[in-house]
Design a protein around this ligand. Structure first.
Ligand code: NDP
Length: 323
């Protein structure tokens, strides 16, 4: 089959396109012919070596397609079924071995590009709102990178739950997108961000900040958080947050900081199915519209990574193996 490989740690140019052996299913796996492959920020962290990985390897964890073979112990899925997943290493390929417990059936109303480029972000948005924190209807929240992949979905799911959403963005185009996703207030990054958040919240700040930007925004996130509130640091798009003195949380308002990861909120098939079911339902209901902002051929994965890291993408990014 044809696939992308990370040949060594480095920039987007270390992604090469070529032939590798077809995967053989383990007893608990299915083999899927991919029709859409999701590109996520974590793929770039692994490629650069910021998160541990050992080249050469086929990158990617997310996609959608049709099952073409099943392992000997798989009883829950069959050949011909359409599934999506976001925990199968080696997804930048025409064929992927997916653990059956990590594959979810996709409703007919949702196409492969949407499912295959947004399941990871949709599940993330779901657990951020109902897992690592539990903001209640009427609460204001701050969401950084509101025009990005997670940001747009998180905003729409938060509005479905009756929250007031304040976002940050870097450009007019992203501001427009964030507003159309339902953001109540859209702000620009900067040193006065926290005072603007406090102006919008009667001086109190927000009970929950969702920060996937990291190094560049963390200080403003702390300063925007209400007494007894929580900063959910869920990513590092601008780089990791430097070592931090926990004592600072005391005068800042008895704050909490958490650094969650999706795997710990989908580690049983029941929890994965529940979160995926609610996410897909929100799409089918029309409350979440997934913007597939960029489409590339599988062979052009390097361009997809370069664009994601250059902050020029909006919504989700998909690689098309047949494109
Ligand atoms: P996005 O589409 O949101 O892209 C990242 C956005 O971050 C950019 O569009 C940009 O928006 C903003 N940004 C701010 N500073 C920078 C910078 N220096 N370089 C690049 N981008 C910057 O990406 P994803 O939807 O894939 O992921 C969003 C975040 O969520 C990432 O940090 C990712 O790692 C994290 N994540 C965490 C998970 C978890 O379970 N912990 C699971 C899934 C994703 P703007 O230009 O408006 O600032």
């Amino acid at each position: 089959m044809r696939a992308i490989q990370v040949t060594r740690h480095g920039g987007p140019d270390v992604l090469t396109f070529g032939s590798v052996d077809d995967p053989i299913p383990a007893p608990d796996e299915v083999i899927v012919r991919t029709s859409a492959v999701g590109v996520n920020f974590i793929d770039t962290y692994l490629r650069r070596g910021l998160y541990p990985s050992t080249p050469p390897y086929v990158p990617g964890t997310e996609g959608a397609g049709v099952i073409v073979a099943t392992g000997s112990e798989v009883t829950s899925l069959q050949e011909g079924q359409r599934v999506a997943w976001c925990a199968a290493p080696g997804s930048y390929a025409e064929l992927v071995a997916v653990p059956a417990s990590k594959a979810v059936r996709v409703p007919d109303a949702i196409d492969d590009a949407v499912a295959g480029s947004s399941l990871l972000r949709g599940l993330t948005a779901h657990y951020l709102l109902d897992g690592s924190a539990h903001p209640q209807a009427g609460d204001p929240i701050l969401v950084h990178a509101g025009g990005g992949g997670v940001g747009l979905i998180l905003t729409q799911l938060a509005k479905r739950r009756g929250l007031t959403v304040i976002t940050t963005v870097s450009s007019d185009e992203k501001e427009e997108l964030s507003r159309s996703a339902g953001a109540d207030h859209v702000l620009r990054y900067g040193e006065d961000l926290s005072s603007r958040v406090r102006d919008l919240t009667d001086g109190r700040g927000v009970p929950v900040v969702y920060d996937g930007v990291g190094a560049d925004t963390f200080e403003q996130s702390l300063a925007s958080t209400a007494i007894r509130g929580m900063v959910v640091l869920f990513g590092a798009a601008s780089g990791p947050v430097p070592p931090f003195d926990l004592q600072r949380l005391n005068p800042a308002g008895s704050l909490s900081v958490t650094r969650p990861t999706l795997a710990h909120f989908t580690d049983t098939a029941e929890e994965l199915d529940w979160r995926a079911g609610e996410y897909f339902e929100a799409i089918v209901d029309g409350d979440v519209e997934v913007r597939v902002g960029q489409r590339y051929r599988l062979a052009d994965a390097a361009a997809a990574h370069a664009d994601l890291e250059a902050r020029v993408t909006t919504g989700t990014t998909v690689l098309l193996p047949a494109g």
